[in-house]
Design a protein around this ligand. Structure first.
Ligand code: AMP
Length: 284
């Protein structure tokens, strides 16, 4: 596995591979890798000749300076995991390389940034779109792989790619979970033992909402789950909402096709997100 630390280096390697007609699958990450990331690498490996992974903690997508400062950075362990999973190339640039000037052009996010993560994390998706656009310009992959864990991010990337890079395929990948249902996340390693236990309740509550549903007002069930989670020590729900999985339009019913249940919850100082797909098979 080759590690490229400059734009020039990675561009040269990619030119050589493209000249040989090789397809390039790209997995952008912020490092502190876990099995969720590795599932993306493996999927990319199965569908491309070359797998390229970037590790870059993107400063412009952090709305909270403490979150940026505390974000785990574990490059050596990451590189070992990538090597084992069959990754061919790692791009590990510095912030100075990716942001040589302070000019970030406006990118149309199709209004998909106006709800959920977008309304709680001002500027977050502008930062995500800016860095992904820069990566796509530099790396020009055939396909790029994104986890459904960050579902809103996946939709926004799909939107900008359709507009700016119609030749790149955006591939969504299923959420990988711990055995108790907690969605794997680099942030999980910042939880203490008690917080880790509480964190597992997020996915359980999302499932509970659906299990309990018997045709009543879905908002009542959501409110019960919000109250239950908020009663846990140091826990604060930012939102639990039902939304359309293409438009993100908030829905007040779950008896429609194409919906997901989304949540963002603070456990201690750690902000966790999750979502589950809803299947419209309720007897009416
Ligand atoms: P991050 O390093 O958090 O920016 O994540 C890099 C990519 O890995 C994103 O496309 C994430 O959605 C994806 N990812 C993170 N956690 C998981 C998970 N538990 N399952 C599947 N994909 C994930």
């Amino acid at each position: 596995m080759l590690v490229c630390k400059t734009i020039k280096e990675v561009s040269e390697v990619l030119v050589l591979n493209r000249e040989q007609g090789k397809s390039i699958g790209f997995v952008p990450t912020m490092g502190a890798l876990h099995r969720g990331h590795i599932s993306l690498i493996e999927r990319a490996k199965s569908e491309n000749d070359i797998v390229l992974c970037s590790i870059f903690v993107n400063p412009t997508q952090f709305n909270n300076p403490d979150d940026l400062k505390n974000y785990p950075r574990t490059f050596d362990v990451d590189a070992e995991m990538l090597e084992k999973s069959g990754c061919d190339l790692v791009f590990f640039p510095t912030a100075e390389m990716m942001y040589p000037d302070q000019f970030y052009p406006d990118i149309d996010l199709g209004g998909l940034d106006l709800v959920m993560e977008g309304s709680f994390r001002q500027g977050h998706f502008k930062g995500v779109a800016t860095i992904v656009k820069k990566f796509f310009e530099i790396l020009n992959p055939n396909s790029a792989y994104f986890g459904e864990k960050d579902y809103q991010q996946y939709l926004i990337i799909k939107h900008i790619t359709k507009h700016y890079f119609p030749h790149i395929s955006i591939i969504p990948c299923a959420i990988i979970r711990e055995s108790d249902g907690l969605a794997m996340s680099s942030r999980n390693m910042l939880l203490n033992e008690k917080e880790r236990e509480t964190a597992s309740l997020i996915n359980k509550e999302l499932k509970n909402i659906i299990i309990k549903y018997k045709g009543e007002n879905i908002q009542d069930l959501i409110n019960q789950s919000v109250s239950f989670l908020n009663e846990q020590p140091n826990t604060k729900v930012e939102y639990i909402v039902v939304a359309n999985q293409e438009t993100l339009e908030i829905s007040d019913t779950i008896e429609k096709e194409g919906l997901r249940l989304f949540a963002a919850v603070y456990v201690g100082k750690v902000r966790l997100i999750d979502n589950i797909k809803l299947f419209c098979n309720f007897a009416t």
